[in-house]
Design a protein around this ligand. Structure first.
Ligand code: C2O
Ligand code: CU
Length: 552
């Protein structure tokens, strides 16, 4: 194992992600940011310099559990203070598990601004993956708006709210095509003309016939749930969120924001042709053209047009198809099994609400508003006034009708935390409900920091302990860090609160989180030692450090 050092500068820059020039948040002049590649057991050291002129920044390493380094999790107001313009911060953490991960900004809507990149962890030297392949590709999926994020943020927190709408483009590795299509001959957009050097030219997947490739896929979308397919090629899913799964074969797959996967595919089709790889929007009435790239069989020219049309995606609201995919994911035999029993079960009701004319998302009727002092510091140093020390909220599970808009749509802002006892097994039931609009319930992909959880099951309507308990899968549930709740459904998760620190648990749809859709878990914070002071140089922790210094 070794330490891998990176020096990064974050700045805004002009870029044409989808052939239309806009402003993106880049790292070292690149968009998406540089790919980190490491081996399991390595230590990653990123010295992050904030070259933005007027705003702070942090970077979260999505899927990395940060065992023993909760201050390196990169969540503003939770694990650290935002890094000020002109200042820098050193992230130092271990990547303990091989897999496909990514990183992204975690302050305001900086992920939507394009602050993301891939993080790939190979098996340690001398170790082997439980499958083999001849080559690999990496697809980082995202969605892109022509309106800047600052306008989006202002819109979301205006009364009445101005919704961001559907993305103009879907990007693969930060590249999309607005107003033209690679598959022009099958659609009504004009044909894209590329030399290959444009910022928006697609990243072509060049393959040799009769080989097996690993495709790593991660989704950093702000909003879109996606369906990915390779024309005429089946994919075998082998990894999800950095955990091996029982291999299963699909012809298309759903990918929610925050998910990552590896699939294997074999180039066993007619090698005289090229084929489309496509990603389309699921779960929302699509208004965004599909993202496309080309699977280019050598020695065909990459510019040779595929003679078959791009794969057809299932209808956007074909939830049965999505559920079938999600429920075919099981842990690979030999993976750690969940404890048989839980110590505590938390039910989290997901609702859309109003607050003083604003539209909000709330969990058990509290819309998350982050405090100025990072919880990691305020809890460690017992600065109890740094956040709202309100008892954990519950709701009337019997009375609440999840099939109707809320009877009382008003919510309140809150910054309270859920205190978990270190070492205990915690179940979380994510309970979906109707939004403010009758007959509407949305998809929410929930992501947990600091842990993987077992996904014990999914169901329709209201979760009822008596009825649903026995149907939960304790035999081979997949370990993941992101799990979706389907419209009007529930999802049951289990994890062991064994990582001292303070951890966000939230909907990975950026505007939803921005509107309050998350909670904060704290466990064993008294055990956390050696938090770098630079992580806490703001708010009440900064004032505490100053008064201590003055007293000596
Ligand atoms: Cu990738 Cu808290 O998120
Ligand atoms: Cu959501």
């Amino acid at each position: 194992a070794k330490a891998r050092h990176f020096k990064w500068e974050v700045e805004y820059m002009f870029w044409s992600p989808d052939c239309v020039e806009g402003v993106v948040m880049g790292i070292n002049g690149q968009f998406p940011g540089p790919t980190i590649r490491a081996k399991a057991g390595d230590t990653i050291v990123v010295e992050l310099h904030n070259k933005l002129h007027t705003e702070g920044v942090v970077i979260h390493w999505h899927g990395i559990r940060q065992l023993g380094t909760p201050w390196a999790d990169g969540t503003a107001s939770i694990s650290q203070c935002a890094i000020n313009p002109g200042d820098h911060f050193v992230y130092r953490f271990k990547v303990d598990k091989p897999g496909t991960y990514f990183y992204h900004g975690h302050l305001g809507m900086q992920r939507s601004a394009g602050l993301y990149g891939s993080l790939i962890v190979d098996v340690a030297d001398g170790q082997k993956e439980p499958f083999s392949y001849d080559g690999e590709f990496n697809l980082l999926l995202s969605d892109w708006w022509h309106q800047g994020v600052h306008e989006q943020e202002v819109g979301l927190s205006s009364s009445p709210m101005r919704w961001i709408g559907e993305p103009q483009s879907l990007l693969m590795n930060g590249r999309g095509q607005y107003n033209c299509s690679l598959a022009a001959q099958f659609g009504n957009l004009s044909s894209c003309k590329f030399t290959g050097r444009e910022q928006c030219a697609p990243k072509i997947l060049r393959v040799e016939p009769n080989k097996t490739y690993r495709l790593r896929i991660a989704s950093s979308t702000s909003l879109a749930s996606l369906n990915l397919a390779i024309k005429n090629h089946k994919m075998t899913v082998v990894e999800a969120d950095g955990n091996y799964v029982q291999p299963f074969s699909v012809s298309d797959m759903d990918i929610y924001s925050g998910d990552s996967y590896s699939v294997l595919f074999t180039t066993d089709q007619d090698p005289t042709m090229n084929y489309y790889v496509s990603a389309r929007v699921r779960g929302r009435l699509p208004d965004t053209p599909q993202a496309l790239t080309i699977l280019n069989y050598k020695p065909n020219a990459a510019s040779k047009r595929p003679s078959l049309p791009p794969p057809l995606a299932p209808a956007w609201n074909d939830y049965a198809h999505s559920k079938a995919f999600t429920s075919s994911i099981f842990a690979r035999p030999g993976s750690p099994a969940p404890p048989r029993n839980f110590h505590r079960r938390i039910v989290l009701l997901n609702t859309q609400n109003r607050m003083n004319g604003l539209t909000k998302w709330a969990i058990n009727n509290v819309s998350l508003t982050l405090p100025a002092t990072p919880y990691l510091g305020s809890i460690k140093y017992k600065l109890w006034h740094a956040f709202e020390d309100r008892p954990e909220e519950d709701y009337d599970r019997e009375a609440y009708d999840v099939t109707k808009p809320p009877v009382n749509p008003n919510t309140t802002a809150g910054s309270g935390v859920y205190n978990l006892r270190l070492g205990t097994t915690v179940d979380v039931i994510l309970q979906n409900a109707n939004t403010l609009t009758a007959n509407v319930s949305e998809i929410h992909p929930w992501h947990l920091h600091g842990h993987d959880f077992w996904v014990l099951g999914y169901g329709e309507g209201k979760f009822r302990e008596k009825e649903h308990e026995k149907g939960l899968n304790l035999e081979n549930p997949p370990l993941r860090n992101t799990a979706v709740i389907f419209p009007y459904g529930w999802t049951a998760l289990r994890f062991v609160a064994d990582n001292p620190g303070v951890w966000a648990f939230h909907c990975h749809i950026e505007p939803h989180l921005h509107m309050g859709m998350g909670v904060v878990f704290a466990e064993g914070v008294h055990r956390v030692r050696d938090i770098p002071k630079s992580a806490l140089a703001c708010g009440m922790t900064a004032r505490m450090f100053m008064s201590r210094d003055n007293s000596n």
